[in-house]
Design a protein around this ligand. Structure first.
Ligand code: NAG
Ligand code: NAG
Ligand code: NAG
Length: 535
């Protein structure tokens, strides 16, 4: 069982996807028991599989186990998806989901009650365009809130037509003057402990324990105190009030994988201080996680779609990176949820990385079993083209801004940055400050360039801003959650923390931290442009 044991423990190393949680833990336990009844080699294979499947975002395990073609077994924990062609795919959950909300966020004692959120939100956004009434009532009781809103709306009925007549689109001039031509991706990290961090870990109630590194036992906090200084211009400090004013009456949505969710958490923490207590909360609505800022009638959302196009991994809780199969030309089921959003921020990368080929369902295929293996870069190009065409055909460029975030790098090979005694990203407390030239972290730059090219060219009607966060983040080997994160819903214990070789997550990032800077780039771009606003 030694291999089994090793592999089992490397579960954590993994990306421990935010979501890791009680549900996942149960599956793991089940898996263990079943494994115990099998011959050792079967158990070993099973654990390898299990590790890969559950924490597939960990490229380390993926790169170290190239033989990923072992057929899936159906024993062990996990739901079953893609039952087609007589083939069942075992897919233990690994990500966030509705069922997980208490574990993930209610963990914080001051968390507001998301379970009432869905109904109240619907009311907020679809009925009365008078946020004041809503704001008065925190989402304690959906019935009351609805009533009070209705009351308000009838009270104000006389006024309403006047408001509507007055409503018109006006152009809001840019609040900032950072030129579009200034390349924000080129620059350096500067230690700045007076302006940074932009918020305090303990002050943002919305952070999940996946990213609260200090709370999870990290000792050094220098990683929170770096400002990004672009070479040719400067980025402003994040002004939450200013940004929320821009978001008033609007929806801001991240779409993609857990790295984009990492960035979503950062954005929520960056803006939440501008929203009064009791007038903000997070709700879980299927594939979406939504931060509501009632005072502003605004939302900051995350939508799970790790490939952007449809795939057999679209369920935020039941999916498998090992058995992922995509429909490279089908995006509608997701994209319907992106309509009417004012700011769309996409990404897709990490889920592509464990094999050189991607399973792509044949056009007209009836089940997931009908697929072909397509070279990764080719499949990536197809997917991005599908996505960009949808953007081009369905987005109103006068209303909606579209961004694509480049790849977030992993830091799993310390010898690459000259630290032969390092263990993955653990023990890294400083960025690479004086590094010139390329850094071979395993990034697929072909995919980077492909994404950049498609963003620029494949949607001529709707501009897509390609945001290069890769280069700046490559320098931040110190910024990952490492062993100060969760595994199956629980913060790593002392023994696990003492074994970073197996447990360190070098994919996701501590917050406050690096993703705040990614958001600062978005902030800078958005506020340096004029915008349409309903008055
Ligand atoms: C609130 O936001 C929604 C969309 O996010 C919009 O349809 C609605 O008109 C807004 N209401 C007000 C009062 O701005
Ligand atoms: C900022 O860092 C400097 C140098 O390490 C230190 O002397 C100073 O006390 C720090 N200031 C704050 C506010 O932490
Ligand atoms: C860039 O994209 C355009 C259109 O999408 C395509 O014609 C061209 O071959 C691409 N170039 C590269 C270098 O990928």
């Amino acid at each position: 069982m030694s291999l089994a044991g090793r592999r089992k423990s490397s579960l954590a190393g993994a990306g421990a996807g935010a979501g890791a949680d009680a549900f996942g833990a149960k599956h793991a336990v089940t898996s263990l028991r079943k494994g115990g009844r099998l011959p050792v080699y079967v158990a070993s294979v099973f654990f390898v599989l299990c590790v890969i499947v559950m924490y597939g975002e960990d490229i380390r395990s993926l790169t170290r186990v190239p033989a990923l073609t072992v057929p899936a077994t159906t024993g062990g924990g996990g739901g079953v998806v893609g039952v087609g062609g007589g083939r069942q795919v075992v897919v233990p959950r690994r990500d966030i989901s509705a069922s997980e909300k208490p574990a993930a966020v209610l963990h914080h004692s001051d968390q507001e009650k998301p379970k009432h959120a869905v109904t109240t939100t619907t009311t907020t956004t679809t009925t009365e365009p008078e946020p004041v009434a809503v704001v008065e009532k925190p989402p304690q009781d959906k019935v009351d809130t609805t009533k009070s809103q209705k009351k308000t709306s009838s009270k104000k009925k006389a006024k309403k037509p006047r408001r509507q007549r007055a409503a018109k689109k006006t152009v809001v001039p840019p609040a900032l003057g950072v030129p579009e031509t200034c390349d924000l991706s080129k620059g350096r990290w500067v230690f700045d402990n007076t302006s940074y961090p932009l918020y305090r870990e303990e002050e943002c109630q919305f952070l999940t324990s996946q990213v609260t590194c200090m709370k999870n036992g990290r000792r050094d906090d220098t990683y929170q105190k770096w400002r990004w200084q672009p070479k040719d211009c400067s980025m402003p400090r994040f002004d939450a009030k200013l940004f929320m004013e821009r978001l008033r009456g609007k929806r801001f949505m991240f779409v993609g994988d857990s790295l984009n969710r990492n960035q979503w958490e950062s954005m929520v923490c960056l803006v939440q201080s501008a929203v009064s207590p009791g007038k903000k909360y997070v709700s879980w609505e299927g594939q979406r996680v939504v931060f509501h800022a009632w005072e502003f009638n605004a939302t900051v959302e995350f939508y799970w779609a790790p490939f952007l196009v449809e795939s057999n991994s679209d369920d935020p809780k039941i999916h498998s990176i090992q058995h992922r199969i995509i429909k490279a030309d089908t995006i509608g089921a997701h994209a319907e949820n992106w309509r009417g959003v004012d700011y769309l921020v996409f990404n897709t990368y990490i889920w592509w990385m464990n094999t050189v080929d991607m399973k792509v369902m044949r056009p007209g295929g009836k089940s997931w079993a009908e697929h072909d293996e397509v070279v990764r870069i080719e499949a990536y190009r197809k997917v991005l083209t599908t996505w960009a065409s949808w953007v081009n055909d369905n987005i109103d460029p006068a209303r909606t801004s579209v961004f694509f975030m480049s790849m977030s790098p992993l830091h799993i090979s310390p010898q690459v940055w000259g630290n032969p005694d390092g263990i993955r990203c653990a023990k890294e407390t400083m960025p690479l400050l004086d590094w010139h030239g390329p850094l071979w972290l395993g990034m697929d730059w072909d995919m980077f360039h492909q994404a950049k090219n498609v963003s620029r060219r494949a949607s001529p009607r709707v501009p897509i801003t390609f945001v290069d966060i890769t280069t700046m983040s490559e320098r931040r080997k110190d910024g990952h959650t490492s062993v100060h994160t969760i595994r199956q819903g629980k913060v790593l214990g002392p023994e696990e923390q003492a074994d970073p070789g197996t447990y360190a997550d070098c994919i996701h990032w501590c917050l406050p931290g690096v993703p705040d800077i990614w958001n600062l780039v978005l902030y800078t771009r958005i506020l340096s442009r004029p915008a349409l606003q309903l008055e």
